[in-house]
Design a protein around this ligand. Sequence first.
Ligand SMILES: [Zn+2]
Length: 312
Amino acid sequence: MNFKSLIQLLDYFKEESTCIEYYENIRWGGEPVCPHCGSEHPYVTNRGYKCRDKDCHKKFTVKVGTIFESSKIPLRTWFAAIYLATTGKKGISSVQLGEQLNLTQKTAWFVLHRIREMLKDKAPRMLGEKNMVEADEAYIGGREKNKHHGKKRSSDNLSVTNDGQPYKNKKAVVGLIERDGKVVLKYVPQTDANNMVAFINNHVPKDGTVYTDESRLYKRLNKTYTHKTVKHALNIYVDGDVHTNTIENFWSVLKRGLYGIYHQVSDKHISRYLDEFSGRYNTRHLSQQDRFERFLIDSESVLKYDVLTAYV
Ligand SMILES: [Zn+2]
Protein backbone atom coordinates (compact mmCIF):
# COMPACT_ATOMS: atom_id res chain seq x y z
CA MET A 1 0.00 0.00 0.00
CA ASN A 2 1.20 3.46 -0.86
CA PHE A 3 -1.23 6.34 -1.15
CA LYS A 4 -0.67 9.97 -1.90
CA SER A 5 -4.25 10.97 -2.66
CA LEU A 6 -7.78 10.25 -1.52
CA ILE A 7 -8.52 8.29 -4.67
CA GLN A 8 -5.54 6.01 -4.03
CA LEU A 9 -6.64 5.51 -0.44
CA LEU A 10 -10.17 4.57 -1.53
CA ASP A 11 -8.79 2.27 -4.21
CA TYR A 12 -6.69 0.40 -1.72
CA PHE A 13 -9.41 0.21 0.96
CA LYS A 14 -12.16 -1.02 -1.38
CA GLU A 15 -13.18 -3.89 0.89
CA GLU A 16 -14.10 -3.60 4.56
CA SER A 17 -12.03 -6.75 5.20
CA THR A 18 -8.92 -4.96 3.89
CA CYS A 19 -9.60 -2.05 6.23
CA ILE A 20 -10.04 -4.35 9.22
CA GLU A 21 -6.92 -6.34 8.47
CA TYR A 22 -4.93 -3.13 8.03
CA TYR A 23 -6.26 -1.61 11.24
CA GLU A 24 -5.73 -4.84 13.23
CA ASN A 25 -2.16 -4.76 12.14
CA ILE A 26 -1.70 -1.14 13.22
CA ARG A 27 -3.42 -1.67 16.55
CA TRP A 28 -2.23 -5.13 17.50
CA GLY A 29 0.62 -5.95 15.16
CA GLY A 30 -1.18 -9.19 14.26
CA GLU A 31 -1.63 -10.36 17.89
CA PRO A 32 -5.20 -9.51 18.92
CA VAL A 33 -5.68 -8.42 22.53
CA CYS A 34 -9.02 -8.43 24.36
CA PRO A 35 -9.96 -4.77 24.94
CA HIS A 36 -12.01 -5.77 28.00
CA CYS A 37 -9.38 -7.61 30.04
CA GLY A 38 -6.11 -7.46 28.11
CA SER A 39 -5.93 -11.22 27.56
CA GLU A 40 -4.18 -12.48 24.39
CA HIS A 41 -4.85 -15.28 21.90
CA PRO A 42 -8.64 -14.97 21.58
CA TYR A 43 -10.82 -17.33 19.51
CA VAL A 44 -11.57 -16.20 16.02
CA THR A 45 -15.32 -15.95 15.36
CA ASN A 46 -17.12 -15.16 12.15
CA ARG A 47 -17.62 -11.53 13.23
CA GLY A 48 -14.40 -10.89 15.12
CA TYR A 49 -13.00 -12.46 18.28
CA LYS A 50 -14.04 -14.01 21.57
CA CYS A 51 -11.91 -13.73 24.67
CA ARG A 52 -10.41 -16.97 25.98
CA ASP A 53 -10.18 -15.74 29.59
CA LYS A 54 -12.68 -17.68 31.69
CA ASP A 55 -13.81 -14.63 33.68
CA CYS A 56 -14.24 -12.48 30.58
CA HIS A 57 -15.38 -14.49 27.56
CA LYS A 58 -16.49 -11.31 25.84
CA LYS A 59 -16.78 -10.86 22.12
CA PHE A 60 -14.99 -8.00 20.41
CA THR A 61 -13.77 -6.61 17.14
CA VAL A 62 -10.80 -4.37 16.49
CA LYS A 63 -13.12 -1.35 16.75
CA VAL A 64 -13.95 -1.86 20.44
CA GLY A 65 -12.10 0.66 22.62
CA THR A 66 -11.27 2.96 19.71
CA ILE A 67 -12.74 6.01 18.02
CA PHE A 68 -14.59 3.57 15.71
CA GLU A 69 -16.47 1.83 18.55
CA SER A 70 -20.23 1.39 18.02
CA SER A 71 -20.10 3.18 14.70
CA LYS A 72 -22.17 1.84 11.82
CA ILE A 73 -20.10 3.73 9.27
CA PRO A 74 -17.71 1.50 7.31
CA LEU A 75 -14.01 1.88 8.11
CA ARG A 76 -13.47 2.89 4.48
CA THR A 77 -15.58 5.99 5.08
CA TRP A 78 -13.84 6.67 8.39
CA PHE A 79 -10.44 6.43 6.71
CA ALA A 80 -11.56 8.86 4.01
CA ALA A 81 -12.84 11.20 6.75
CA ILE A 82 -9.50 11.06 8.57
CA TYR A 83 -7.73 11.77 5.31
CA LEU A 84 -9.93 14.77 4.54
CA ALA A 85 -9.79 16.15 8.09
CA THR A 86 -6.01 15.94 8.36
CA THR A 87 -5.01 17.06 4.88
CA GLY A 88 -4.61 20.79 4.34
CA LYS A 89 -4.03 23.30 7.07
CA LYS A 90 -7.45 24.52 7.98
CA GLY A 91 -9.66 21.47 8.45
CA ILE A 92 -13.06 20.64 6.99
CA SER A 93 -16.55 21.52 8.22
CA SER A 94 -19.13 18.88 9.10
CA VAL A 95 -21.36 20.18 6.29
CA GLN A 96 -18.60 19.75 3.74
CA LEU A 97 -17.46 16.38 5.07
CA GLY A 98 -21.08 15.15 5.05
CA GLU A 99 -21.48 16.18 1.42
CA GLN A 100 -18.24 14.57 0.33
CA LEU A 101 -18.83 11.26 2.08
CA ASN A 102 -22.61 11.06 1.88
CA LEU A 103 -23.19 11.33 5.63
CA THR A 104 -25.69 13.49 7.46
CA GLN A 105 -24.21 16.67 8.91
CA LYS A 106 -24.90 15.35 12.40
CA THR A 107 -23.00 12.15 11.75
CA ALA A 108 -20.15 14.05 10.11
CA TRP A 109 -20.00 16.34 13.15
CA PHE A 110 -19.65 13.35 15.45
CA VAL A 111 -17.04 11.72 13.19
CA LEU A 112 -14.98 14.93 13.22
CA HIS A 113 -15.10 15.18 17.00
CA ARG A 114 -13.91 11.61 17.33
CA ILE A 115 -11.11 12.36 14.91
CA ARG A 116 -10.15 15.35 17.07
CA GLU A 117 -10.06 13.01 20.06
CA MET A 118 -7.58 10.89 18.13
CA LEU A 119 -5.44 13.91 17.22
CA LYS A 120 -4.96 14.87 20.85
CA ASP A 121 -1.29 14.65 21.83
CA LYS A 122 -1.32 11.63 24.17
CA ALA A 123 2.30 11.83 25.25
CA PRO A 124 3.44 15.44 25.08
CA ARG A 125 7.17 15.94 25.39
CA MET A 126 8.91 19.02 26.76
CA LEU A 127 9.62 21.74 24.24
CA GLY A 128 12.78 23.63 23.56
CA GLU A 129 15.45 21.01 24.09
CA LYS A 130 16.90 21.74 20.70
CA ASN A 131 14.80 24.63 19.46
CA MET A 132 13.99 28.12 20.54
CA VAL A 133 10.48 28.51 21.93
CA GLU A 134 8.05 31.35 21.31
CA ALA A 135 5.12 31.97 23.66
CA ASP A 136 2.08 34.09 22.91
CA GLU A 137 -1.63 34.35 23.47
CA ALA A 138 -4.46 34.81 20.97
CA TYR A 139 -8.04 35.90 21.35
CA ILE A 140 -10.57 33.97 19.32
CA GLY A 141 -14.03 35.20 18.47
CA GLY A 142 -15.59 38.47 19.52
CA ARG A 143 -16.41 41.32 17.26
CA GLU A 144 -14.75 41.26 13.88
CA LYS A 145 -13.84 44.94 13.71
CA ASN A 146 -11.90 44.77 16.96
CA LYS A 147 -9.78 41.79 16.08
CA HIS A 148 -7.13 43.86 14.35
CA HIS A 149 -5.19 45.72 16.94
CA GLY A 150 -6.67 44.30 20.11
CA LYS A 151 -3.80 41.90 20.47
CA LYS A 152 -1.14 44.53 19.97
CA ARG A 153 -1.93 46.42 23.10
CA SER A 154 -2.39 43.34 25.23
CA SER A 155 0.47 44.39 27.48
CA ASP A 156 -1.37 47.48 28.58
CA ASN A 157 -4.88 46.36 28.83
CA LEU A 158 -5.92 42.78 28.62
CA SER A 159 -9.56 43.07 29.17
CA VAL A 160 -10.37 45.78 26.64
CA THR A 161 -9.89 46.16 22.92
CA ASN A 162 -7.96 49.10 21.53
CA ASP A 163 -11.08 51.20 21.24
CA GLY A 164 -11.83 50.65 24.90
CA GLN A 165 -14.57 48.08 24.49
CA PRO A 166 -14.44 44.95 26.63
CA TYR A 167 -13.59 41.73 24.86
CA LYS A 168 -16.95 40.13 24.42
CA ASN A 169 -17.14 36.37 23.99
CA LYS A 170 -13.50 36.18 23.22
CA LYS A 171 -11.70 33.01 24.05
CA ALA A 172 -8.07 33.18 25.05
CA VAL A 173 -5.68 30.56 23.82
CA VAL A 174 -2.08 30.33 24.95
CA GLY A 175 0.45 28.77 22.69
CA LEU A 176 4.04 27.65 22.78
CA ILE A 177 5.83 26.86 19.57
CA GLU A 178 9.30 25.60 18.78
CA ARG A 179 10.93 27.16 15.77
CA ASP A 180 10.88 24.35 13.24
CA GLY A 181 9.27 22.06 15.81
CA LYS A 182 5.95 21.49 17.48
CA VAL A 183 3.20 23.58 18.97
CA VAL A 184 1.27 23.16 22.24
CA LEU A 185 -1.98 25.01 22.84
CA LYS A 186 -4.30 25.55 25.75
CA TYR A 187 -7.61 27.30 26.13
CA VAL A 188 -7.58 29.49 29.25
CA PRO A 189 -10.73 31.11 30.56
CA GLN A 190 -8.60 33.98 31.79
CA THR A 191 -5.24 35.31 30.68
CA ASP A 192 -3.27 36.25 33.73
CA ALA A 193 0.42 35.95 34.50
CA ASN A 194 -0.13 32.93 36.77
CA ASN A 195 -1.87 30.95 34.04
CA MET A 196 0.74 31.82 31.47
CA VAL A 197 3.77 31.08 33.61
CA ALA A 198 2.28 27.78 34.86
CA PHE A 199 1.57 26.71 31.28
CA ILE A 200 5.10 27.54 30.18
CA ASN A 201 6.65 25.82 33.22
CA ASN A 202 4.73 22.67 32.35
CA HIS A 203 6.09 22.51 28.82
CA VAL A 204 9.52 24.14 28.75
CA PRO A 205 12.41 22.88 30.87
CA LYS A 206 14.15 25.37 33.14
CA ASP A 207 17.06 27.26 31.56
CA GLY A 208 15.40 27.21 28.15
CA THR A 209 15.11 30.31 25.99
CA VAL A 210 11.64 31.80 25.55
CA TYR A 211 10.68 34.59 23.14
CA THR A 212 7.57 36.67 23.75
CA ASP A 213 6.25 40.12 23.08
CA GLU A 214 6.55 42.74 25.81
CA SER A 215 3.26 41.81 27.51
CA ARG A 216 3.30 42.02 31.28
CA LEU A 217 1.95 38.46 31.28
CA TYR A 218 5.47 37.22 30.64
CA LYS A 219 7.51 39.51 32.87
CA ARG A 220 8.22 36.81 35.43
CA LEU A 221 9.72 34.42 32.91
CA ASN A 222 13.21 35.82 33.37
CA LYS A 223 13.37 34.17 36.80
CA THR A 224 13.38 30.72 35.21
CA TYR A 225 14.33 31.21 31.59
CA THR A 226 16.46 33.23 29.27
CA HIS A 227 13.63 35.53 28.28
CA LYS A 228 13.86 37.72 25.18
CA THR A 229 11.14 40.17 24.24
CA VAL A 230 10.27 41.88 21.01
CA LYS A 231 8.83 45.39 21.26
CA HIS A 232 5.64 45.25 19.28
CA ALA A 233 4.46 48.52 20.81
CA LEU A 234 7.42 50.23 19.14
CA ASN A 235 6.58 48.48 15.87
CA ILE A 236 9.65 46.31 16.14
CA TYR A 237 8.75 42.82 15.02
CA VAL A 238 12.12 41.24 14.37
CA ASP A 239 15.40 42.00 16.10
CA GLY A 240 17.98 39.41 15.11
CA ASP A 241 16.63 36.12 16.39
CA VAL A 242 14.21 37.91 18.71
CA HIS A 243 10.72 37.65 17.23
CA THR A 244 7.47 35.77 17.65
CA ASN A 245 6.77 35.27 13.95
CA THR A 246 6.46 31.49 14.15
CA ILE A 247 3.58 31.63 16.61
CA GLU A 248 2.04 34.64 14.83
CA ASN A 249 1.97 32.60 11.62
CA PHE A 250 0.39 29.72 13.47
CA TRP A 251 -2.30 32.02 14.91
CA SER A 252 -3.18 33.23 11.46
CA VAL A 253 -3.76 29.65 10.23
CA LEU A 254 -5.76 28.85 13.36
CA LYS A 255 -7.93 31.93 13.00
CA ARG A 256 -8.51 31.45 9.28
CA GLY A 257 -9.59 27.88 10.05
CA LEU A 258 -11.78 28.72 13.03
CA TYR A 259 -13.46 31.71 11.36
CA GLY A 260 -13.49 30.47 7.78
CA ILE A 261 -14.30 26.80 8.19
CA TYR A 262 -15.94 26.42 11.58
CA HIS A 263 -17.40 29.92 12.03
CA GLN A 264 -18.20 29.47 15.68
CA VAL A 265 -16.65 27.31 18.33
CA SER A 266 -18.16 26.99 21.77
CA ASP A 267 -16.15 27.10 25.00
CA LYS A 268 -17.07 23.50 25.56
CA HIS A 269 -15.49 22.24 22.35
CA ILE A 270 -12.67 24.68 21.73
CA SER A 271 -10.00 22.40 23.24
CA ARG A 272 -10.87 19.74 20.67
CA TYR A 273 -10.42 22.18 17.82
CA LEU A 274 -7.07 23.14 19.30
CA ASP A 275 -6.12 19.44 19.34
CA GLU A 276 -7.05 19.27 15.68
CA PHE A 277 -4.96 22.27 14.63
CA SER A 278 -1.94 21.30 16.69
CA GLY A 279 -2.20 17.65 15.57
CA ARG A 280 -2.05 18.66 11.93
CA TYR A 281 0.73 21.18 12.52
CA ASN A 282 2.87 18.76 14.49
CA THR A 283 2.78 16.17 11.72
CA ARG A 284 3.29 18.58 8.84
CA HIS A 285 6.66 17.10 7.89
CA LEU A 286 5.26 13.58 7.44
CA SER A 287 3.96 12.18 4.18
CA GLN A 288 0.20 11.83 3.87
CA GLN A 289 0.37 8.11 4.51
CA ASP A 290 2.81 8.30 7.44
CA ARG A 291 0.63 10.93 9.03
CA PHE A 292 -2.49 8.81 8.54
CA GLU A 293 -0.82 5.80 10.19
CA ARG A 294 0.65 7.93 12.94
CA PHE A 295 -2.84 9.14 13.84
CA LEU A 296 -4.36 5.66 13.71
CA ILE A 297 -1.83 4.48 16.28
CA ASP A 298 -3.48 7.01 18.63
CA SER A 299 -7.03 5.91 17.88
CA GLU A 300 -7.57 3.91 21.08
CA SER A 301 -9.79 6.50 22.59
CA VAL A 302 -13.56 6.33 22.74
CA LEU A 303 -15.60 9.49 22.81
CA LYS A 304 -19.23 8.64 23.42
CA TYR A 305 -21.95 10.68 21.79
CA ASP A 306 -23.71 11.42 25.09
CA VAL A 307 -20.45 12.66 26.60
CA LEU A 308 -19.81 14.85 23.62
CA THR A 309 -23.25 16.38 23.68
CA ALA A 310 -23.65 16.56 27.46
CA TYR A 311 -23.91 19.98 28.96
CA VAL A 312 -20.70 20.62 30.83
ZN1 LIG B 1 -11.21 -10.53 27.83
